[in-house]
Each structure stands twice: as structure tokens, then as C-alpha cells.
Design a protein around this ligand. Structure first.
Ligand code: ADP
Length: 400
């Protein structure tokens, strides 16, 4: 909550509109010039806000001012003009050291102190805040577990004894130590290999949502932004805000020629990551039950025209597997009319959950031999995803 009395510098008539209630970080006409007055600004008259619990990614080409914008939030960089408001307080009126202790900060490779152990690194801010040693110890171990590290195995090691991914986890744990409402992250996963990065991203998003942290996140990797962010701010050089929108909107409706070029020709593929699996897009092939006779099944499949059918059990249908038409026709030819579909059923190696994105579904589809993939809602069968379904979903919002 923002309380009126906390609005230092927010007196009526100071020329700034009141910050909207739900914005935890707010830039108001913020300018930063590193050089002399009159030189080109690194950031020019930026106005934007980050809502409570939101993860906002700042993207744009190198040198466009992303880090400068981030570092003005914790006063590692002071603005030349305008104001930065954090949790209802004008930064200019808050002691910089106290401000930094109240904001988590994660940088590339974790930014850990090399001569301190993992536990000591994580405990840095709580100790500075004078927390009781036993409380700090419990908190530290809880946080290591939260970020997927075993406190007993890793707590007393030094950063150099950890992998890049583990160091990054410690960096996140340290930023969360004093339970700050706001986290600033500057290319946090930039130094780890793609496989580890993907896992760290997924885990971090889960933790962020679970804890309800407000996060401002700098990345040069648009795919990372699309995967993690609630909203993405695209900047051009000079800290000019070109577009500020949800990932899906950014990709389907870029606001300027600059954004179109920045998103690049992979736009369609990128959109897979933000395209939901819609039940109405899925295919509904012929469904058989394990108890159906082969004669009935063979005829039904002939009428259906497909070379396979799904096998579901019960109502609502639980997926048992699928049957190819060939063996059923064969059985009929041999006169084995007494057989059941259940004798010929083949299980699916993989399925996908309806809550996943098209990107997950499509890569799962590509990783297996079958050209169809069952989509489930928990245990319940929803429909079948095929390459055609992916195509239809992607084409839907493409402007003519
Ligand atoms: P990004 O994070 O998007 O790469 P930066 O915020 O680091 O961009 O830099 C924006 C601009 O400000 C660049 O032109 C950069 O050279 C300049 N700049 C950044 N930090 C400093 C500094 N400490 N002193 C002088 N110029 C700086």
C-alpha cells in the first residue's frame, strides 16, 4: 500500500501527477545525461511504471540505456532530471544506502563476494540490517533450498567451487534474503549456458510469482523477455521507449518500424511461446474404446479415412493410447473377428498439458516420431495437436 504520508516530495502542485496506486516503481520524465549539459542523453524524459507483482523486462540494442534505467531505481545512477518513485517515495528523498538494502539486486554471474562462503554471501543484507544470527541462519538455508541448492552440500563452499548456474542461484537467494518487495536484475542469466539458463528462467518465474515480487529485468535476449515478462519495454538509443506491452501484443502488434526490426524475422516462431493451446483449435479424430471389436473399429476407421484412431476409456475420456489402422485390417483379413481394440493399442510416450504454450507443444511434437500429440487437462483428454493446429493458431492474428 502507498500511504499519503509516504509520498515524500509528492506535495500538491509539484508538477507531477500522483502515482497510480498499484505501481511500485515509477519513472516520471526521467532524464540521464552522463556528459555535459546539452549532450545527448542516455535516457530522455522516460515515463513508465511497474505494477506490484509484475515482471517487466527492459530490452533494446546495446547502449540504449537499459542498465542506466535499472540503476536509477536503486540510485547507483542519479537522474539528471525528473524523478524515480519507489513504493510511493521519491528516491531523491530516501537515503541511498537504506534504499539499496530494501531492493534486491542481481547481476550477471551472481556478483558474489569471492572470499565469502555461499551462506555468508546470502546473509549479507540481513546481517547489515542487524538480524539475529539464528534467524539469519534459518533464513539463509530456506533461501538456498528455495533456489534449488542443498544448504548442507553447498552452504560452506566458496563461489569459485560452484558452477555458473549455481552461482547465479546464490545471487538470486542473496537478493531475496531480506525479503525486499522489489528486485532489479541486470542480465542475470547471461553468463550460463542455454540449457541451464532455460531451467533457471523457469524456476525464477515460479519463485517470483509465488513470492509476489515486483521485478525489473534487463536482458538483450528477446526470447528470455518473452518467456518471463508480464510486460516488455522496448527501447531505442537514448532511452526512448518505443513500446511497452505484453509479450503477445508486442509480437502481434509492434508499434513502430524500430520494434518490427528489433523483433526480427523470427517473429512468428517467437509468438509460439506466447500462443496458448486453445481447445477449439485441436483436432478430434475417431475415438475407440479398448472393448470395441476389431470389425467395428476397422469399418469406423475406413469411414473416418485416417490411418489411426485414439483409444479412450470411460467418460470423461482417459487416454489409453492409439491404434493404427494397418494391424486391424490385417486381423480382419486373417478372419480374426473376435479381437478387441485393446489387443492392438499402443501407448503414447508423451502428451502435453492444455495449460502449456504452443512452443512447448510444438517442440514436444517435433521430438517424437508421431505427427500427432494428445493434449490433456490433468488426466482428461482434450484433443489432438497436429502441425496443422500449430499453423492455424499462428496464422490467426497475423495481419493480412
Ligand atoms: P545498455 O544497458 O542498454 O547497454 P547503458 O545504460 O549501459 O545501456 O548505456 C547507455 C548509454 O550511456 C551508452 O551510450 C553508454 O556508453 C553511456 N554510459 C553508461 N554508463 C556510463 C558512465 N558511467 N559514464 C558515461 N557514459 C555512460
Amino acid at each position: 500500500m502507498i500511504h499519503a504520508q509516504d509520498r515524500a516530495g509528492g506535495a500538491p502542485g509539484d508538477g507531477y501527477p500522483d502515482e497510480p496506486e498499484d505501481e511500485v516503481i515509477r519513472f516520471e520524465q526521467v532524464t540521464k545525461r552522463y556528459g555535459r549539459p546539452g549532450s545527448a542523453p542516455a535516457v530522455g524524459e522516460l515515463t513508465m511504471g511497474v505494477r506490484r507483482g509484475e515482471l517487466v523486462a527492459l530490452v533494446g540494442p546495446s547502449g540504449c540505456g537499459k542498465s542506466t534505467i535499472l540503476r536509477m531505481v536503486n540510485r547507483l545512477v542519479e537522474p539528471t532530471g525528473g524523478r524515480v518513485v519507489v513504493d510511493g517515495r521519491d528516491n531523491a528523498h530516501v537515503d541511498a544506502v537504506a534504499l539499496r538494502r530494501g531492493i534486491g539486486y542481481v547481476i550477471q554471474a551472481g556478483g558474489l563476494l569471492p572470499h565469502r562462503t555461499v551462506r555468508q554471501n546470502v546473509a549479507t543484507v540481513p546481517r547489515l540490517l542487524g538480524w539475529d544470527a539464528a534467524v539469519v541462519r534459518t533464513r539463509t538455508d530456506e533461501l538456498l533450498e528455495l533456489v534449488g541448492l542443498d544448504p548442507w552440500a553447498h552452504g560452506d563452499r566458496y563461489p569459485a567451487q560452484l558452477s555458473g548456474g549455481q552461482q547465479q542461484r546464490v545471487g538470486v537467494a542473496r537478493a531475496l534474503a531480506a525479503d525486499p518487495p522489489v528486485l532489479l536484475m541486470d542480465e542475470p542469466f547471461g553468463a550460463v549456458d542455454p540449457v541451464v539458463r532455460d531451467r533457471l528462467q523457469t524456476e525464477f518465474r515460479r519463485i517470483q510469482q509465488e513470492l509476489g515480487k515486483t521485478v525489473l529485468f534487463v536482458t538483450h535476449d528477446l526470447d528470455e523477455a518473452v518467456k518471463l515478462a508480464d510486460r516488455i519495454a522496448v527501447f531505442s538509443v537514448g532511452g526512448v521507449l518505443e513500446q511497452y506491452a505484453a509479450p503477445g501484443t508486442l509480437l502481434s502488434d509492434p508499434a513502430s518500424e524500430f520494434v518490427v526490426r528489433f523483433i526480427g524475422s523470427d517473429r512468428g516462431l517467437r509468438r509460439l511461446a506466447v500462443t496458448p493451446i486453445r481447445p477449439e483449435d485441436l483436432e478430434h479424430p475417431l475415438v475407440l474404446a479398448p472393448g470395441d471389436g476389431v470389425a467395428y473399429a476397422a469399418t469406423a476407421m475406413e469411414v473416418d479415412g485416417r490411418s489411426w484412431a485414439l483409444v479412450l476409456q470411460g467418460d470423461p475420456g482417459r487416454l489409453v493410447g492409439w491404434v493404427p489402422r494397418g494391424p486391424l485390417t490385417e486381423a480382419m483379413r486373417r478372419g480374426e473377428r473376435a479381437g478387441r481394440v485393446g489387443d492392438h493399442v499402443r501407448p503414447f510416450d508423451v502428451t502435453v498439458q492444455a495449460v502449456e504454450t504452443m512452443r512447448t507443444a510444438f517442440s514436444t511434437l517435433l521430438a517424437q516420431e508421431l505427427r500427432f500429440l494428445p493434449v490433456l487437462d490433468g488426466e482428461e483428454f482434450v484433443g489432438v495437436l497436429t502441425p496443422d493446429v500449430v499453423h492455424t493458431a499462428l496464422r490467426r492474428d497475423v495481419p493480412a
